[in-house]
Design a binder for this molecule. Structure first.
Ligand SMILES: [Zn+2]
Length: 251
C-alpha cells in the first residue's frame, strides 16, 4: 500500500522529495504503542493462497515497532478520511468516527476492556458497547511482517463493524463478518480512486493471505464466524467492484 502522504518503508528514499497533496480530515486520536516486548514465537501463517494477479506478499524482513505504529496511523487516516468524505453519498445523517483506542498488548493485565471483558490476545475488534476499535499490537506486527496491506485490511475491517453499528438494521447483512470484509474492499479501493492510496505489487496477495488467516471476535481463522477464505476474498472483491452500495444488505 502506498499512502500518498506517508510512503511505506520501501519508498522511504522517495519521501524526502515527495510533494504532499493529501488533505487531512479531523484528527483521530491514536493510542501510542504499548511498551511491551513482542512475542517471537508467534504462529506462522501458512503458505498463503493462490493470488488473483501476479505478485507475492512483499514481506518486511526487518522493521521497528515505530514503523508498524506509523503504518497503523496511516491506515486509520486513510479509512477515516474515506468515510468522512463519502458517508453522505450513501447514508443520511452525519458521519461520526469510532474512537480509536488502537494498540494494546494481549498479555498486559491492564489492557483495554469491552463491557468489562479484557481484550483478547492476538485479536482486533470493534467494541460495540463502547464504540471503539482496537488491536493487539503483536497481531499487527506479525501481519506487517507479511506486508503492509494486512494492517490496512484489519483497520478497514474493524471500522466496517463500526459503520454497521451506525446503519439501519435493514442495511446490515446477517453475514456481518463478510459485510465488514466487503466494506474494507470498498474503502481501500475507493481510497485508491480518491488518489489517497496506491496499490503496490504484492498488496492483493497480502490481502488474500490476510483474509485467509485473519479473523476477529473469535479464533482468527474460524470459518463459522468469518466465512471460509474463499467467501472472505469474494466479499472483499464485491466491495472492490461494487463499492459501499454493493455491500449493503438491501442491494
Ligand atoms: Zn470482524
Amino acid at each position: 500500500m502506498l499512502f500518498k502522504r506517508l510512503l511505506p518503508l520501501s519508498l522511504m528514499a522517495v519521501l524526502a522529495t515527495s510533494a504532499c497533496t493529501f488533505q487531512l480530515g479531523d484528527p483521530v486520536a491514536v493510542q501510542p504503542t504499548p511498551q511491551t516486548s513482542v512475542k517471537t514465537d508467534a504462529p506462522q501463517t501458512g503458505d498463503g493462497p493462490a493470488t488473483e494477479e501476479p505478485g507475492v506478499p512483499t514481506a518486511n524482513q526487518s522493521f521497528s515497532d515505530s514503523e508498524v505504529t506509523q503504518e497503523i496511523n496511516d491506515a486509520v487516516e486513510v479509512v477515516n478520511t474515506y468515510w468522512q468524505t463519502h458517508w453522505s453519498e450513501f447514508f443520511t445523517g452525519t458521519y461520526s468516527a469510532p474512537q480509536v483506542r488502537g494498540s494494546y498488548s494481549g498479555t498486559d493485565p491492564n489492557r483495554f476492556t469491552c463491557s468489562g471483558e479484557p481484550a483478547a490476545e492476538m485479536n482486533a475488534y470493534y467494541c460495540i458497547q463502547e464504540d471503539y476499535v482496537a488491536w493487539d499490537f503483536n497481531l499487527m506486527r506479525e501481519g506487517y511482517a507479511q506486508g503492509d496491506a494486512w494492517i490496512y485490511l484489519v483497520v478497514a475491517h474493524e471500522w466496517g463493524h463500526a459503520i454497521q453499528n451506525r446503519l439501519d438494521d435493514s442495511l446490515v447483512d446477517v453475514a456481518g463478518e463478510l459485510q465488514a470484509d466487503c466494506l474494507a474492499g470498498a474503502v481501500l479501493y475507493g481510497s485508491t480512486t480518491d488518489g489517497i492510496l496506491q496499490w503496490e505489487p504484492g498488496d492483493t496477495a497480502e490481502i488474500s493471505a490476510g483474509l485467509t488467516t485473519l479473523g476477529d471476535e473469535s479464533p482468527w481463522a474460524d470459518p463459522s464466524s468469518h466465512g471460509d477464505s474463499i467467501e472472505r476474498v469474494s466479499a472483499f472483491g464485491k466491495g472492490r467492484i461494487g463499492g459501499v452500495a454493493g455491500c449493503l444488505a438491501s442491494s
